[in-house]
Design a protein around this ligand. Structure first.
Ligand code: 13P
Length: 255
């Protein structure tokens, strides 16, 4: 059975003290309340907090995630953070290819492919984000566009390595807008992406890859979204900043 994920992306929010409170609340609630054996909670927190937070997480139900990395292991890249650095402070997951990084920092599919390789080389798990704009959806090119993002950044991997990647489909028009894709729209895209993976790697490999949905996931809509056969959880922004809401999302998977 594919692993299910409730992954939080805090983005650039919370001071250190606020973050410590939020993290502790989530860890405690998840420890007490999350009974689904196949759900992994991931908290993608700001870089400066990683080292401390990794010591505060005392359950395997919760894993620590970073929101970015540089593909090089070390060197003259002022301001950047490498995957070996992340690994050395206990990070297990790295979010890459987020639309905000693609848009505001000009990250290309090729650069994201390099990051993917760097993360996998260190034995960490990339959470690879993809997704179309509203204009692309309205033009009817959304399936081809998102399939292309996956092809360009992931299809150089062999099947065994690809299986270690988590994919997060995040339609840009649904991020931070309160407009969620309907469960039918999410399922439709996830199926298209799984079929795309199957076309390249075979259905056995495609069936093993977790595909998360992101974009205004909330405690109110998570259950409906996560009940879709090809939706393996969520990458959650705003609602991950509220411990009760995020914990409820983590409990929204079918039994
Ligand atoms: P929201 O849940 O705030 O829409 O953000 C989604 C997202 O971008 C997660 O990476």
């Amino acid at each position: 059975m594919r692993k299910k994920y409730a992954a939080g992306n805090w983005k650039m929010n919370k001071t250190f003290e606020e973050g410590q409170i939020l993290l502790s609340e989530v860890v405690n609630m998840v420890k007490d309340e999350l009974t689904h054996p196949n759900v992994q909670v991931v908290l993608g927190v700001p870089f400066p907090y990683l080292s401390t937070f990794s010591k505060l997480i005392d359950t395997p139900k919760v894993a620590l995630g970073a929101q970015n990395c540089h593909p090089k292991a070390s060197g003259a890249y002022t301001g950047e953070v490498s995957v070996p650095m992340l690994k050395s402070v206990g990070v297990q997951y790295v979010i890459i290819g987020h639309s905000e990084r693609r848009e505001y920092f000009g990250e290309s599919d090729a650069f994201i492919a390099e990051k993917t390789d760097a993360i996998l080389a260190e034995g960490l798990t990339p959470i690879f984000c993809c997704g179309e704009t509203l204009a692309q959806r309205e033009a009817g090119i959304h399936f081809d566009f998102v399939k292309g993002q996956i092809t360009n950044s992931l299809f150089h991997l062999d099947a065994g390595t690809l299986k270690k990647v988590v994919i997060a489909y995040e339609p840009i028009w649904a991020i931070g807008t309160g407009v969620t894709a309907t469960s039918a729209q999410a399922q439709e895209m996830h199926k298209v992406l799984r079929d795309h993976l199957a076309g390249q790697y075979g259905s056995e490999t495609a069936e093993e890859i977790s595909i998360l949905y992101g974009g205004s996931v909330s405690a109110a809509n998570a259950q409906e979204l996560f009940s879709q056969p090809d939706v393996d959880g969520g990458l959650v922004g705003g609602a991950s900043l509220k411990s009760r809401d995020f914990t409820e999302i983590s409990k929204s998977f079918p039994a």
